[in-house]
Design a protein around this ligand. Structure first.
Ligand code: BTN
Length: 264
């Protein structure tokens, strides 16, 4: 990863002085948390060429091979109460789609809640984390972690992983530096909407989300319940109808959703 190339692609940007590039880290999210707890400013961006312990949602790992993916984390410190952050994850998914579209010329879809999908395979994952100050009851910082498969050949992924890279999807590689700059631009717009009002971002999320209208399995710990995905509510919750007719809103956190027949 060439920092100067990122800065050239970025131009004038409020976060350009807060960009930190690393060769190998355990996890950019873990490092960003450490930097945030030491006082790093809002808009600090951590990018690594390789992660030895990339983390995914619900304790899963994220395959982070050296030189092939973009491993990116952003520290934000919005002055918002926690209930104004419920739609953060869907907004980040839309911003990540915007960045891929800008840098690679094709728009992924989103599998609820925040996997980016191309050709029914996973292109990218998002892990948002937060730290609360329990004395004030206020948010201390957010960490937005995004991992995008860029230059992988199909055989680079472990067997059984339903993943795809931009290189395979496009037939040619993409510049990870341009993708980093595009992410910084789209996430800065997202942050403005997070603070100023989410506007059409949830409409955009509904357009990008491929889960609605499909049969799914709602997975909560050991239990898998078949359902029909009906829609997305204003906070990004998935509206489902179970086969016994019960309707529910599934919020993320401990729940994940798979297609009835497979990953999608
Ligand atoms: C998921 O698919 O469940 C989320 C994957 C998130 C991976 C990114 S890579 C950059 C950042 N650092 C991490 O350890 N995880 C996120």
């Amino acid at each position: 990863m060439d920092k100067q190339k990122i800065l050239n692609a970025l131009g004038d940007h409020p976060w350009r002085d807060n960009l930190q590039i690393y060769d190998t880290v355990d996890s950019t999210n873990t490092l960003a948390r450490k930097l945030a707890s030491e006082g790093a400013p809002s808009g600090t961006v951590v990018v690594a060429d390789c992660q030895t312990a990339g983390r995914g949602r619900m304790g899963r790992s994220f395959v982070s091979i050296k030189g092939l993916g973009l491993y990116f984390s952003l520290i934000l410190r919005p002055k918002l109460p926690p209930d104004k952050l419920l739609h953060l994850t869907p907004m980040v998914a839309v911003a990540a789609c915007d960045a891929v579209e800008e840098a690679a010329g094709l728009r992924p879809q989103v599998k609820w809640i925040n996997d980016l999908i191309i050709n029914e395979r996973k292109l990218a994952g998002i892990l948002t984390e937060s730290s609360m100050n329990f004395e004030t009851g206020k948010l201390d910082y957010l960490i937005i972690g995004i991992g995008i498969n860029c230059q992988h050949e199909p055989e680079d992924f472990p067997q059984g992983l339903n993943a795809i890279s931009l290189k395979t999807a496009l037939g040619h590689g993409v510049s990870r530096e341009e993708l980093t700059a595009a992410l910084m631009r789209s996430l800065e717009k997202m942050q403005a909407a997070l603070v100023g009002g989410k506007g059409i971002w949830m409409e955009r999320y509904r357009e990008d989300c491929l889960t609605v209208g499909r049969r799914v399995k709602v997975i909560c710990r050991e239990t898998e319940t078949p359902a029909f995905a009906m829609g997305i509510d204003e906070n990004g919750g998935l509206l489902v109808r179970y086969d016994d007719g019960r309707e529910d809103v599934v919020s993320y956190g401990e729940v994940s959703v798979r297609g009835e027949q497979g990953y999608i």
